[in-house]
Write a protein that binds this ligand. Structure first.
Ligand code: SAM
Length: 238
């Protein structure tokens, strides 16, 4: 799959998430031992919303991050956007949310629309990472915050063999059993290993115009949360 590029890769990603949508949330809980719930809370904390803030949850999937934001800030204006309709359809069954069909590379929102943009496990999937960062920058208000949760390439350490087995054996086997689509869960280690390092992601965020960038690693260095801010004195897209 990693050899696919451009539209073919985007179509593969959409098709894959359509197939696994129904079991996606369950697999997340099992794969991470429920830790993803804690990371999502951290993402919303780092977005530093005010009670009436506007928030875009990009690559929202079934809407877990959007829901987390609304439970902490019931008066916030929260939009969940994704290009796989089936994921949002499954999410809508859990609870109603303001969902929007959108491609992260061409967001259907005007400049300066949101106080914060968050994403969970989106950025590894987009075919043009820099463009996705620039689009998020464009739709943020000056002073607005970006927070990105995703897998990241772990550094070699004493746990590396165990991490390898978890990613290449445990997750695809479990994914095959639970969703019937083992290929989708072979895609996860492939894209994680082919993805930028946490340091590279921070550099790309800076290139897109963000400031006050930081990141924190979790789960033996396989997960990272990055954050940054659009400068107060900024204009539109950089
Ligand atoms: C791994 S799921 C993450 C779902 C959810 N954010 C979460 O934290 O569980 C990745 C989501 O990103 C979406 N996605 C991937 N590329 C996208 C793009 N270019 N534009 C919009 N959504 C995209 C997929 O459709 C999928 O729903």
């Amino acid at each position: 799959m990693t050899q696919l590029t451009g539209r073919e890769r985007a179509a593969y990603v959409q098709n894959m998430f359509t197939r696994i949508a129904r079991r996606y949330d369950l697999m997340n809980r099992l794969m991470t031992g429920g830790q993803d719930i804690r990371w999502r809370k951290r993402v919303i904390e780092l977005a530093r919303l005010h009670p009436n803030a506007s928030l875009l949850d990009l690559g929202t999937g079934t809407g877990d991050l959007a829901r987390e934001a609304l439970s902490a800030f019931p008066n916030a204006r929260v939009v969940g956007a994704d290009f796989t309709l089936e994921m949002m359809r499954v999410g809508r069954r859990n609870s109603p949310l303001d969902f929007s069909a959108a491609d992260a590379l061409q967001l259907p929102f005007p400049d300066f629309s949101f106080d914060a943009v968050v994403s969970g496990f989106l950025m590894r999937n987009v075919v043009d990472l820099q463009k996705a960062l620039e689009e998020q920058y464009r739709v943020l208000k000056p002073g607005g915050r970006i927070v990105i949760l995703d897998t990241t390439r772990p550094k070699k350490n004493i746990l590396s063999p165990f991490i390898w087995v978890h990613m290449h054996v445990v997750i695809p086997t479990l994914g095959g059993l639970i969703t019937g689509s083992g290929d989708a869960y072979r895609y996860l280690p492939e894209t994680t290993e082919g993805f930028v390092t946490a340091e590279d992601m921070a550099a790309r965020m800076e290139k897109a115009g963000f400031q006050k960038i930081g990141f924190q690693r979790f789960m033996f260095g396989t997960i990272a949360i990055h954050w940054g801010e659009k400068p107060l004195e900024s204009g539109g897209a950089k």
